[in-house]
Write a protein that binds this ligand. Sequence first.
Ligand code: FDA
Length: 334
Amino acid sequence: MPVVKDIFIALSNNKFMNESAKRMGPALGANKVVAGVDIDSTIETVEKLNMKGISCTLDNLGEFVTSRQEALEAQQNIVEIMRRNYNANIDAHVSIKLTQLGLNIDREFAYQNTREILLKAHEYGNTFVNIDAEKFEDLVGITEIIDRLKGEFKNVGTVIQAYLYDSMNIMGKYSDVRLRLVKGAYKEASHIAYQTKEEIDQNYIKLIERRLLTAKAFTSIATHDHNIINHVKQFVKDNNIDRNSFEFQMLFGFRTDYAYQIASEGYNFCMYVPFGQDWFGYFMRRLAERPQNINLMLLDIFNKKNKGKITFGATLLAGVSILIVGGISLLKKK
Ligand code: FDA
């Protein structure tokens, strides 16, 4: 299992694969988990989800931003999404990644880009802006920028990764800030993060309980894990916690029926909807989390209609073949 996870994580970090994938558009099953490449199709998806009582957080996909120009383009795209959301009067906000806004180019530049987004958010209905959690190596930069912004803006929030040993302390700093709690999606070293599912789940539950009992701001519990979700439902009931103080969140394309069911039970529910050309890294991280998601890829590869799209270049095909073999052998073991 860890080997398969490592392969997918390595692919998600491979710049050449990401660039090649960007040129061809979502393929290999990614179209099931990426809402579309443009804003129009994404807004259509949001409208459908809104009709089911589900709000959305939109992620303009983007990896490997290395120039100021790319970071500024990402910033403009995000502003444009907020403008379109506002004009379309849909229930959606944005989730952004500071690396996409130039964090690894110049921290001050990333701060200014993010601040500009928040100023524009004010114009567009004071819409909420979530700053996603990324790799541990980016945490200091992300935290520093959030700490500067949270004094000035009320509509900014961030994410706590339960796999980090320090997550409880980090969460404690943000009791008055809207937070999303997740298990954590990246590969981190054992001196930084819990490594086993049991340890991560245990810490995740501790964080959720502490947060729901003590926070002065809204909480998003972002997981597909029915054991955690059932635990939360019971916990809020036992402790008389207001349902409007939190929501559940899931990623677009995963456990959709389950998402609809939770929303229909009267819980607040928000879907994380990624869109754009830069789908490869995002898709590989989803495969790393749950290699069974390779089903999405296999179904698409063997769907004759899509055969023409599978022209990714020799390197990617070789990589994908390794993944498929790895995935199949994993599934056989289960
Ligand atoms: P996990 O993957 O541990 O699964 C637990 C169990 O749930 C499985 O064993 C299975 O039984 C069931 N299950 C899970 N997926 C299923 C499926 N598709 N079908 C059927 N059963 C399934 N990470 C990060 O580092 N920074 C961030 O900003 C974010 N943001 C974010 C937003 C949202 C809305 C979500 C849902 C997730 C994130 N993440 C994230 C990713 C997060 O950290 C984590 O990697 C994934 O959510 C996977 O962990 P789960 O909690 O879903 O359970």
